[in-house]
Ligand binder design. Structure first.
Ligand code: UD1
Ligand code: MG
Length: 481
C-alpha cells in the first residue's frame, strides 16, 4: 500500500463519478476526445507542468465507477511512457462527493508525504500545464498559504460553486443547491482546480460532514476552516475550466480543442485551405510548409513532414509521412510509413505495415498491405501488393496482383531491383522475380524468374481471318434511324 516517498507535488485526479448524462458506452474518464481519452489530458498536462518546474511529481487517480476499465487503460498508457511508476490509484467505493473522493486517497495512502497536493477533475480537458503552473507559482511564493482555489467570473454561473469572500484571505464556496437567491447572483465561481498543502488537506477532508442539500461530502467545505490561510486565484478566461457532463458539452469541448490544435499547427507554419472542414487528432504532428486541403482527417499518432501536400478526402491514421510527399485525393492510409518525395493516390489504400520508400509512386486504385516498396518503385494503376517486397526502380504495370493467400496461409512475393512487370500479371506466391527481369504482360508467374530473365506465361493468340461475323449480331436488316 502506502508509498512514503517525498515528492514536491502530488496530483489527486477525481475520476470516480459515473457521468450519467453522457449515456456513453465508455466509462466517463475514457471518453474518446480527439483521438485520446478524457483522462489523458489531466494526466499529461500535470506531468508537463512538473517537467516545466522541474518538480518531482506523482499522480493518483481516484476511481470508482467502472474502475477496472479505467485502471487497465491507464496501466497500458503508462507502460508506454516515462510516467510509469508515477501513477497510482485509489478507490472510492461509493460516490459520496468530491471531499469523500479526496479522503479515499488519504485512506489508501496514509503515509503519503508530498508537500503540495493538486486536486483536479478528470472531466476538464481544456486545463493546460501553464494554468497549473500559475496556480503553483501563486501558492509556492508564500509558505503561509494552506490552499488556493482557481476561480473565474462568468455571466452563467449556474451549477458552479459560488465564491463568497469573507475578508482578504478567507472565503467560502457555496454550492448551487445550497445557495440562497442572493448568493446565486454571484458571478465568481469555483473552477474545480486547487492546490493545498498536503498536511492541511489530509486533516481537512477527515473532518467534512454531509449536512447539505445533496447529502454529499463537499471538498469545497475545507474552505470553512478559519484558522487556515486559504486564498482564491482568479483566472481571466474561464473557458478553460469547462467540464464535460453532457454530450453537447463534449462536442463543444471537442470543437474548442480542435481549434486550439489547428492554431498550434498554424503557428508552426502549416497551411489549411479550409480549416473548418479539417479534422486533426490532438497527438498528430505536422511540420512547416505542409498544405492540408479541405476535408482531410489526420488521426491517432500520425506525423506529416515538411512541405507535404495532403489533398481532399485523405484519411491518414497512425502513420508516418515524411517531407515533400504528395498524398492525392481520397487515399486511405493506415499504420504505414511513407518516405520523402513519394506520391500516393488518388484513391490509394495503404493497409497496415506498408513501407513506402523515397520517390515511390503508388497510383490510383492501388492497394498495398504489409509490403515494402523500395526507392523509386512505381505501381501506378489498379494493383494489389500484399506481403511483398518490390525492389528499387522497379516498374509494375497496370493490374498486377500478388496472389498472396491460398485460402489457408499468406505467402510472400519478392520482386528485385530495376525489374519491369507488364500489365495484367499475377504472381502466385510464394514466388520471386529477380533484378533486371522482364515479365511480359498478361503473365501468371508461378515459378522463380531469375535476375536478367524474360518470362512470358500466357497462351498463344489464335487469329482466324473473317470469322468474326459468326459471332457478331447481324445488323444488316435493322432500319436506319
Ligand atoms: C464541483 C465543485 C463546484 C465547482 C465545480 C467545477 C464540489 C462540491 N463542487 O461541482 O464548486 O464549481 O466542480 O466544475 O466539489 N467525483 C468523484 N467522486 C464523487 C463525486 C465526484 O470522483 O463522489 C469526481 C467526478 O467524477 C468529477 C469531479 O469529481 O470528475 C467533479 O464532480 P462533479 O459532480 O462534476 O462536481 P460539480 O457538481 O461539477
Ligand atoms: Mg462537474
Amino acid at each position: 500500500m502506502a508509498s512514503a516517498t517525498i515528492t514536491n507535488i502530488h496530483a489527486i485526479i477525481l475520476a470516480a463519478g459515473e457521468g450519467k448524462r453522457l449515456k456513453s458506452a465508455e466509462a466517463k474518464p475514457l471518453l474518446p476526445i480527439l483521438g485520446k481519452r478524457m483522462i489523458d489530458f489531466s494526466l499529461e498536462e500535470f506531468f508537463k507542468f512538473t517537467e516545466q518546474r522541474e518538480l518531482k511529481g506523482e499522480a493518483n487517480v481516484v476511481v470508482g465507477h467502472r474502475k477496472q476499465e479505467v485502471i487497465h487503460y491507464i496501466g497500458l498508457l503508462s507502460s508506454n511512457s516515462n510516467n510509469q511508476q508515477r501513477i497510482s490509484f485509489s478507490t472510492q467505493h461509493q460516490q459520496l462527493g468530491t471531499g469523500d473522493a479526496v479522503h479515499s486517497f488519504f485512506k489508501e495512502y496514509p503515509l503519503h508525504q508530498s508537500h503540495y497536493s493538486l486536486v483536479m477533475c478528470a472531466d476538464t480537458p481544456l486545463i493546460r500545464a501553464t494554468d497549473i503552473l500559475q496556480l503553483y507559482n501563486y501558492i509556492s511564493q508564500d509558505p503561509s498559504i494552506d490552499g488556493v482555489v482557481a476561480t473565474f467570473a462568468t455571466e452563467t454561473p449556474f451549477g458552479y460553486g459560488r465564491i463568497i469572500h469573507k475578508g482578504e484571505h478567507s472565503l467560502r464556496i457555496i454550492e448551487e443547491k445550497d445557495a440562497t437567491i442572493s448568493e446565486k447572483q454571484i458571478k465568481e465561481v469555483n473552477a474545480g482546480l486547487y492546490i493545498f498543502k498536503t498536511s492541511f488537506l489530509k486533516k481537512a477532508v477527515q473532518g467534512l460532514t454531509n449536512n447539505n442539500q445533496s447529502g454529499e461530502f463537499y471538498l469545497t467545505d475545507v474552505f470553512i476552516d478559519d484558522s487556515a490561510t486559504l486564498h482564491s486565484f482568479k483566472f481571466e478566461n474561464g473557458d478553460k475550466f469547462l467540464g464535460i457532463n453532457s454530450l453537447d458539452q463534449l462536442e463543444e469541448i471537442e470543437s474548442i480543442l480542435l481549434k486550439e490544435k489547428l492554431s498550434l499547427l498554424r503557428e508552426k507554419g502549416v497551411r489549411f485551405l479550409s480549416a473548418s472542414t479539417t479534422y486533426i487528432d490532438w497527438d498528430v504532428t505536422i511540420d512547416k510548409g505542409a498544405i492540408i486541403y479541405p476535408h482531410v482527417m489526420l488521426l491517432g499518432n500520425t506525423s506529416i513532414g515538411a512541405d507535404t501536400i495532403v489533398e481532399s478526402g485523405a484519411v491518414i491514421k497512425n502513420s508516418t509521412v515524411a517531407k515533400k510527399v504528395h498524398i492525392k485525393a481520397y487515399s486511405y492510409i493506415d499504420a504505414s510509413s511513407i518516405k520523402d518525395h513519394a506520391s500516393i493516390g488518388p484513391f490509394a489504400h495503404l493497409r497496415p505495415e506498408s513501407k513506402i520508400d523515397e520517390e515511390v509512386k503508388v497510383g490510383n486504385f492501388v492497394e498495398v498491405k504489409k509490403s515494402v516498396l523500395s526507392r523509386g518503385a512505381k505501381v501506378s494503376h489498379l494493383s494489389y501488393i500484399g506481403d511483398a517486397k518490390i525492389g528499387e526502380e522497379t516498374n509494375i504495370g497496370c493490374g498486377f496482383i500478388t496472389c498472396n493467400y491460398d485460402g489457408k496461409q499468406k505467402h510472400k512475393t519478392v520482386v528485385g531491383n530495376n525489374t519491369f512487370i507488364g500489365s495484367d500479371c499475377q504472381a502466385i506466391a510464394p514466388v520471386s522475380i529477380g533484378d533486371n527481369a522482364f515479365v511480359a504482360a498478361g503473365s501468371t508467374i508461378t515459378e522463380t524468374v531469375p535476375s536478367g530473365a524474360f518470362a512470358i506465361a500466357r497462351s498463344r493468340q489464335v487469329t482466324k481471318e473473317g470469322l468474326a461475323k459468326r459471332f457478331l449480331p447481324n445488323k444488316s436488316h435493322k432500319p436506319n434511324k
